[in-house]
Design a protein. Structure first.
Lengths: 328, 328
DNA sequence: CTGAAAGCGCTTACAG
DNA sequence: CTGAAAGCGCTTACAG
């Protein structure tokens, strides 16, 4: 079980250590026959290379940091989960870095992961990413961001088409007969959040009803309170994300309003949780799993040939039970 | 920014490499004056030791795997989040290992983390942990489990008192006037889940109404369907965990039943999400943050003196809006 | 195609 | 208390 090192295998196979190394790391560089023999011996011994030693020598490791503000927001949780999968499949280990939106923490993680020779990192921001902050760190130059970020020239990005998503929600509501449609932006101050808000404003042509533009967890709750206090209420609400939608519905209902009988609500994210909300949430689904693996692809691509990709994914409308035609 | 190694610092400070090493790793072993000088020089240079190199030499690293079935269940998400905090505070890096309940994956993570010289690991099981499986791996002997596990002689554990939690829920419901109280066990087949179920059965003295004892995500939904089909329905339901409670409420409501007017529902977990459910969920809170840091403490303790701790935490009742007196 | 050597950045007996 | 040496487990020019 123990003391299994490259030299042990080399001896057992009757070759030099460097040949064993090549058999594993650069198989083409060794004669097929030799390679197979070495690999077989290694296998029999139950030997695998030490990622630590490899990282130290190569100055590049397989640790990849996923930097997120938190992981209790199911959006980030789903992201973390699918990325952990995708990372594992590709031979990386996902190191979870939770920042609580604190830039200092982000900096700490960046330097820590740097000294771990992380080949690149993934950041899903909770606020507008300050590229200048990121790029103070070496690793900051090898990061892919899950947010729009305007086709940044050096930072690859993955996002879903926010504008399209809001449009989907809007059209769904219009087709149901809604004319006054409110909006609640919640939780984040990312570029993506901005895009969604802008898209809403454009669609609302001249008559936007923005219920709360706060950027924290409680936005949904506050928006609902505002809504209740209004005299000329909208008949439907689009929430910038599912968590905000949950909050809105929760307090709306507590105030005696019925969803969707009195107000329709559509979310944005497509969290699995939405399916078991009460009522099941109509929402714009983001392909979160795809975002995760694409993020890794982009990072590898940039490392390979320097190309900076910007992928924009298509959202999809999930019609469930929180929307209906306007009452009377 | 680059090429900063222990030798660079040694030269700059005019001492030998081993003195620099000691200044950082065994400060008592070096004269105060020397130490301060070395540390100051290092600081000025912006030097920190390479965790990778240290791990390789010491044969122990600061990577600690958190092995969970998933992270989209908010219970595990909250656990991961608080553990990531706790780990970071203590100089560890949390490596997220999502198993999807697959034993093969667990095994893979165990060996991978082993070769990373992980000093120990934390596992939060989704099913009864098979200790024999764990202990096939070296790392499996240095794991702490978040589940009851009967005061295992070699595996430290943290749990909350399940029996007490169910009792809290039960008493709350009784005090509200409920006499027929149903139960839905959901999601997991852990020892903890078993304890909760047993506790319920004991309290229900002779008249347990178990709605669904399935172990998957949909238990809540199925339980609700069963409930609706019953002729002599309970007036209240205890769910073995919050996710199941969400499911129950969601479909109960979709079927036209009102919570809590027609049925009271209490969950178990105390997820933050419950506060913004509709209605806000009455639930038994587990001190998840405490569980995370205690798990690390137990692991360190065992490493230090071999002692195997078993900590049982007290749950707490969180009364919110999903419970009320029985109707008429 | 394979081997011998140097070295990645540290730690830890062992002397002194 | 400090230094010199060996070595953790690898990789990678460099010869041959």
């Amino acid at each position: 079980m123990a003391e299994l090192s490259i030299d042990v295998v080399a001896k057992a196979a009757g070759v030099h250590r460097s040949t064993v190394s090549r058999a594993f790391s650069r198989p083409e560089a060794v004669k097929a026959e030799t390679r197979e023999h070495v690999l077989r011996v290694a296998e029999e011994l139950g030997y695998t290379m030490s990622p630590l030693a490899q990282a130290l020598r190569r100055k590049t490791s397989t640790f990849i940091p996923l930097i997120v503000p938190n992981v209790t927001n199911p959006f980030f949780a789903e992201l973390a989960e699918t990325m952990s999968q995708a990372a594992g499949d590709r031979g990386y280990q996902l190191v979870l870095c939770v920042t609580n939106g604190d830039t200092g923490q982000t900096a700490g993680y960046l330097t820590a992961m740097q000294s771990l020779y992380a080949p690149f990192g993934i950041v899903a921001p909770s606020t507008r990413v300050d590229i200048d902050t990121l790029t103070q760190f070496d690793l900051g130059h090898r990061v892919v961001v899950i947010d729009r970020l305007d086709d940044h020239p050096t930072v690859p990005t993955v996002t879903v088409d926010s504008r399209r998503g809001i449009q989907l929600a809007f059209e769904h509501l219009r087709s149901l007969g809604h004319r006054r449609i409110g909006y609640v932006s919640g939780i984040s101050g990312t570029h993506t959040a901005q895009d969604r808000m802008d898209a809403y404003r454009d669609l609302a042509d001249g008559d936007p009803i923005v219920l709360d533009s706060g950027a924290d967890t409680e936005a949904g709750e506050r928006a609902a309170a505002q809504f209740v206090a209004m005299t000329d209420r909208p008949t439907a609400i689009i929430a910038a994300n599912d968590m905000a939608a949950f909050g809105v519905i929760s307090v709306l209902t507590a105030q005696g309003l019925r969803v969707p009988a009195d107000v329709s609500v559509v979310g944005f994210d497509g969290l699995r949780l939405g399916a078991r909300f009460n009522p099941a949430l109509t929402t714009v689904r983001q392909p979160i799993a795809d975002m995760g693996s694409i993020a890794i692809d982009l990072a590898e691509q940039k490392a390979a040939d320097g190309s900076v990709g910007h992928v924009v994914l298509e959202p999809e409308l999930l019609v469930r039970a929180s929307t209906a035609g306007p009452s009377a």
